[in-house]
Design a protein around this ligand. Structure first.
Ligand code: IMP
Ligand code: MG
Length: 173
């Protein structure tokens, strides 16, 4: 079964749904009249992203990127945007903020492409692990330093299709 090895549930399906509605309401308010460009950072944020934009009521644009981050603080684009971000209000939507290196580099990169503004939305924030000088403007849930899987997040490519967020027992890790 797809939940094999899950030791406990960190965030339930109901909690995720409720929190996404709250975030969408907040974003509708903060971005009223701005038509933000919402960027899905693949693959981890695919479910969060689609549920979030579906709940938002303001007009917006979407695009997708896939990156791998390096210790030197640079990101490598496996898939770059199709949209020119110049003059746009960019919302980077990510599954989890961990060391922060990926989002730090991405944010700087969007700024260097002359975005009008760049803000960060993360479903999870693992504050204890922060390395880069970055914070998330909109956070779904703050989590402890445990390895989270499900609802987009993976372990070796698995578990992304769980409808909730859980953590794996030590025998799996
Ligand atoms: P950062 O650059 O260290 O912030 O890396 C963030 C990326 O690492 C996320 O987009 C995830 O793909 C991955 N990651 C970090 N922590 C976890 C976790 O607990 N579960 C699954 N993936 C994680
Ligand atoms: Mg990821």
């Amino acid at each position: 079964m797809k939940n094999a090895g899950i030791e406990k549930i960190l965030v339930s399906q109901e909690q995720i749904e409720k929190r996404i509605k709250e975030l969408a309401t907040q974003l509708d308010k903060d971005y009223a009249g701005k038509k933000p460009l919402c960027i899905c950072i693949l693959k981890g944020s695919f479910l969060f992203f689609s549920d979030l934009v579906k709940k938002m009521n303001i007009p917006l644009f979407i695009d997708f990127i896939s990156v791998s981050s390096h210790a030197n603080g640079r990101v490598k684009y496996l898939k770059d945007l199709e949209t020119n971000v110049k003059g746009k209000h960019v919302l980077l939507v990510e599954d989890i903020l961990d060391s922060g290196n990926t989002l730090y580099a991405l944010k700087k990169d969007m700024e260097s492409r002359d975005a009008e503004s760049v803000k960060v939305v993360t479903l999870l924030d693992k504050k204890a692990r922060r390395d880069a000088p970055i914070f998330s403007d909109y956070v779904g849930f703050t989590v402890e330093d445990e390895f989270a899987v499900g609802y987009g997040l993976d372990y070796a490519g698995e578990y992304r299709n769980l409808p909730y967020i859980g953590c794996l027992g030590h025998t799996k890790l």
